[in-house]
Design a protein around this ligand. Structure first.
Ligand code: CP
Length: 306
């Protein structure tokens, strides 16, 4: 039994195989319509979500399976003080696989220690979000054909943005990727990510504060929202929340084939006028999120298409 808590729980080969399978699912959905008949997913969400929870649920239903779960700690027995360890022991009696989101870093890893079913980390605090990374990789691969030689700009809240940490961690394994890290001083990528992923692997990267000065160099621009829920001080959030707003005027300086990604939800970081630009890939990302979660659950459950 395998859990996916960290992007590196999937080797490069396993990641590529999942992306291939997800691509086939996108092209031939009917082939997979009943591969998970008789299987049940539990979505255990202790923190708000629209995309991750509903795409996991849609993914299981697309494969003929069923879904149970809760969408907040308040409507589960966590509100009465039940531990994650006890909850997963219970859920193991009801479901075949589970996706867990939790505000505490490490909670899905703890659940995995006590689980009799595969646990997928659906986002833990400001730490990791491996299935968002699969979504991002599928979108980049479909737009660019691969990762080799790409200059990838990550912009916004790079400190608390778990999708950024997971994407760097996964992409750092591909040779020839360059990173441009665009953030205010206070929201820079954590030092441990810089040390373990970029410096240790000798990957080229730059840290800058100004988006417009680097936008022309980028093949991918990954925008992120400032993570209000992770701030201790509201005044700091208000000061930093609109640090970057991608507008049509700024996009005119970018390459004609640059792709704009965003894990969503968006607050103000991308002006609505950008949505109609062919470089906007963030709603494509949402669709790809269903296919990668289908591919991941099918693989972890060990089921095969006929
Ligand atoms: N991208 C993402 O994790 O979105 P949700 O918070 O809506 O799940």
């Amino acid at each position: 039994m395998k859990h996916v808590i960290d992007p590196l729980d999937l080797s490069v080969e396993e990641t590529e195989a999942l992306l291939d399978l997800a691509g086939d699912m996108a092209e031939n959905p009917a082939k997979y319509a009943s591969v998970c008949a008789g299987k049940r997913l539990a979505t255990l969400f202790y923190e708000p979500s629209t995309r991750t929870r509903l795409s996991f649920e849609a993914a299981m239903m697309n494969m003929g399976g069923t879904v149970i779960g809760f969408s907040s700690a308040d409507n589960s027995s966590a509100a009465k003080g039940e531990s994650v360890a006890d909850t997963i022991r219970v859920i193991s009696c009801y479901a075949d696989i589970c996706a867990m989101r939790h505000p505490k870093e490490g909670a899905p890893a703890r659940a995995a220690r006590y689980s009799r079913i595969p646990v997928i980390n659906a986002g833990d605090g400001g730490h990791q979000h491996p299935t968002q990374t699969l979504t991002d990789l599928m979108t980049i691969r479909r737009r660019k054909g691969g990762f080799q030689g790409l200059t990838i700009g990550l912009c916004g809240d790079l400190k608390f943005g778990r999708t950024v940490h997971s994407l760097i961690r996964s992409l750092a394994r591909y040779g020839g990727v360059r990173f441009v890290l665009i953030s205010p001083e206070e929201l820079r990528v954590p030092e441990y990510v810089i040390e373990e992923e970029l410096k240790a692997k000798n990957l080229p990267y730059r840290e800058v504060e100004d988006l417009e000065s680097v936008i022309a160099d980028l093949d991918i621009l990954y925008m992120t929202r400032v993570q209000k829920e992770r701030f201790f001080n509201e005044a700091d959030y208000i000061r930093l929340k609109d640090s970057y707003i991608l507008t049509g005027a700024k996009l005119r300086k970018a390459k004609p084939d640059m792709a704009v990604l965003h894990p969503l939800p968006r607050v103000n970081e991308i002006a609505l006028e950008v949505d109609d630009d062919p470089r906007a890939a963030y709603f494509e990302q949402v669709q790809n999120g269903v296919y990668v979660r289908m591919a991941l659950m099918m693989t972890l459950l060990g089921v095969k298409a006929c």
